[in-house]
Write a protein that binds this ligand. Structure first.
Ligand code: PCA
Length: 215
């Protein structure tokens, strides 16, 4: 049986909850399409997030790496299309770093595309009743940093593993506290992630379907 690595960020920005961590906690040890799921929490800090995921990849030897983070205010589960080589943090990360217009990796490519079949993942989730859409920007905070770092590491190390990033909405309990924010129940998020992983494992070449909405 081969392995899948799923990472989720911990809380940041003063909120005690990160839905990414809540979702992945429920997925540890599961089997999806004959693949064993390993879950790991990542710190919301610029450099440690990347060194941590590299360590987890070495430990778990996955065929697929899916990193999960919160995108507060989003309405749907959003597989990300592209990671850019830019750090421009709107708030300090959990280590107190707030880089402005710095590269994630000096002298490295401007961007990496996800190597997951993001269109097939979105189509599968929607077919099974989970709101989902492709996103073409993962922002310029720690999630984009980690997504870029992951894709750069996989490319540089010649790994055959496919990798990508998915942003998820707030949980209802966060929205109730914050007020006037969209949210999604954790069970729905977990189901969406399971459907995404199954779709990614069964889709070597992505489907051709429009996914160019602005969000
Ligand atoms: N979301 C933040 C960082 C950690 C997380 O879950 C982001 O979108 O960059």
């Amino acid at each position: 049986m081969r392995n899948v690595l799923i990472t989720g960020f911990g809380p940041f920005g003063g909120d005690p909850i990160n839905p990414a961590l809540e979702a992945i906690k429920r997925m540890e040890g599961r089997t999806i399409a004959n693949h064993r799921i390993f879950t790991r929490e990542l710190p919301v800090t610029r450099f440690e997030s990347c060194s941590a995921i590299e360590k987890h990849i070495h430990e778990t030897d996955p065929v697929l790496v899916l990193a999960i983070g919160q995108a507060g205010g989003r309405l749907e589960i959003t597989p990300e299309r592209v990671a850019i080589n830019v750090d421009d943090f709107r708030i300090p990360d959990n280590g107190g770093f707030q880089p402005i217009d710095e590269p994630v990796a000096e002298g490295a490519p401007l961007a990496y595309l996800s190597t997951l079949p993001i269109k097939a993942m979105v189509a599968a989730m929607r077919q099974q009743g989970i709101p989902a859409a492709v996103s073409s920007s993962a922002g310029t905070f720690v999630c984009n940093h980690l997504f870029y770092g992951l894709m750069h590491f996989l490319a540089e190390s010649g790994s055959a593993a496919r990798g990508g990033f998915v942003h998820i909405p707030y949980l209802p309990e966060q929205a109730a506290r914050l007020g006037a924010q969209p949210s999604m129940a954790v069970d729905t998020i977990v189901r969406g992630l399971e459907i995404s992983i199954a779709a990614a494992l069964s889709t070597p070449v992505d489907i051709r379907q429009s996914g160019g909405t602005i969000s």
